[in-house]
Design a protein around this ligand. Structure first.
Ligand code: FES
Ligand SMILES: [Fe+2]
Length: 466
């Protein structure tokens, strides 16, 4: 850190930077960019943010990446090896062999566990040392275990828990992963930058107006360039945003959310708000997971099937490792092309290896980003103080989320400010969505859809015929 500054005085760093003399041709005074905020961005073992991540199950790889040879991974600043033994069990171990530190990425996957190539030590998936050939150990077994983490294979993503064993939480099975008419297709995209600037994009809905519609190209629906009415909310377990658009005679209410530690969901990228629909759910269900301070990945599912994509806009053949079926997310195009047609990847990665918050000037459109940073900072400090974090609302085995798109036929009311109408309709929609928290599964969906359909007949939202 610069000048011995600590995370505790990061606000001072920002204040000093912003108080520098300013004016035309005054670049000299702000040439030295402030350091990033370590409390929110450093993720290695023992760091506050690293401990925060180490209280959750997080996806670390796609099941399809695990073959008959070990897979080397870097997660939260730790070098690890993931493998599937011939008995079909996944193991996630510290990369370096406990004997003399050879990398287990060169190990041999066996019927039970993985064997180091150097002197043949054999490790079980839980880190138990099964064999130490040629060692004179009492009873034939080591008295210590190799570093290992529990894993769960869920819908093609391998999740791991890297935290203290006695604080292992329940595994989150979110509602959007259990919809009967939706297929979850795993993918991951790697980014050469800090996790936070990727994760906070969901809480920056105004970028969709400019980056995706107005500044260079229309990337998704043409209606994305219409300025939405935005509201931001925090709940115990999440930050969420509503974006409400007036599209001719329709009102489109979109909600998207970010839950601990870095889990986000957004609606369909092809949605344009022109057709009536109710409680259409996530098209992307994703985590942003740090490899280390300067690298991260989105690891996620894309949703396919009639429940989210009745017209078949998505292309599941293009979804997988380092790819997804919409452009501008991977940085694979030539540099000049990306300069002329910047998209999410360019905007986020170009903030720097680790974005310097102290050099930013947040404003009205950044309310969601500010909420999210505050929420995460508070959560990090809760963990530091020995506390625990709230889980998402659960009904039985189903963890409830609230991402959705609803499009209602409600025309402009003559003599009434339209933003006021949009605001009231948004509130009515989200009240129904949250009222559904008493139910789960099909019962919840039925309740919410039925109640949402009533809104278009609500006298408050009908144009007066007088
Ligand atoms: S270094 Fe792995 S067995 Fe010796
Ligand atoms: Fe975007």
């Amino acid at each position: 850190m610069a000048d011995g500054e600590t995370s505790g005085d990061y606000a001072d760093i920002a204040r000093r930077f912003r108080a520098a003399p300013s004016g035309p041709f005054h670049g000299y005074h702000t040439a030295r960019r402030p350091e990033p905020d370590p409390e929110l961005t450093r993720v290695g073992p023992g760091t506050p943010c690293g401990e925060y991540f180490r209280r959750f199950w997080v996806p670390v790889a796609l099941a399809q990446e695990v073959t008959d040879v070990p897979l080397r991974l870097r997660i939260l600043g730790e070098d690890l090896v993931l493998f599937r033994d011939k008995g079909g069990r996944y193991g996630l171990l510290h990369l370096h062999c406990s004997h003399r530190n050879a990398s287990l990425e060169y190990g041999v996957v066996e019927e039970r566990g993985i064997r180091c190539c150097y002197h043949g030590w054999l490790y079980d998936v839980d880190g138990t040392i099964l064999e130490q050939p040629a060692q004179r150990t009492e009873g034939g077994r080591a008295k210590f275990c190799h570093g290992a983490y529990p894993t769960i294979d869920y819908l093609g993503l391998i999740f791991a828990y890297l935290g203290p064993p006695n604080e292992q939480p329940a595994f989150p099975r979110y509602d959007t992963t259990m919809l009967p008419d939706v297929e979850m297709v795993p993918y991951s995209i790697h980014y050469p930058c800090n996790w936070l600037q990727i994760a906070e994009n969901t809480m920056d809905p105004w970028h969709t107006v400019f980056l995706h519609a107005r500044v260079t190209d229309i990337h998704f629906g043409d209606t994305w360039g219409i300025a939405p009415l935005t509201e931001f909310y925090t709940r115990e377990d999440k930050v969420f945003a509503t974006l409400t658009y007036r599209i001719d005679d329709m009102i489109w209410v979109r909600s998207q959310e970010t839950l601990f530690p870095s889990f986000s969901q957004v609606g369909a990228w092809w949605e344009d708000g022109r057709e009536e629909k109710y409680f259409r759910r996530a098209s992307i269900t994703k985590w942003t997971i740090p490899h280390d301070d300067d690298n991260c990945m989105i690891i996620a599912w894309r949703s396919f099937g009639p429940g989210i994509d009745p017209k078949g806009f998505g292309n599941r053949e293009q979804v997988g490792w380092n790819s997804v079926d919409f452009p501008g997310q991977t940085g694979v195009e030539p540099y000049e092309y990306r300069q002329r047609h910047p998209n999410d990847y360019e905007a986020q990665v170009s903030q720097g290896s680790i974005n310097s918050h102290a050099a930013e000037h947040l404003s009205f459109t950044d309310k969601g980003v500010a909420y999210l940073r505050r929420k995460i900072r508070k959560a990090i400090r809760t963990i530091q103080q020995g506390g625990s974090l709230p889980e998402a609302t659960r009904v039985g085995d189903e963890w409830l989320t609230h991402v959705q798109d609803t499009v209602l036929p409600i025309p402009v009311q003559p003599g009434r400010e339209d933003w006021e109408l949009l605001s009231e309709v948004t509130k009515a929609v989200m009240d129904v969505v949250f009222a559904g928290d008493r139910y789960s599964g099909a019962e919840r969906v039925k309740f919410i859809e039925t109640e949402l359909r009533k809104i278009k007949h609500d006298a408050r939202f009908l144009a007066s015929t007088a």
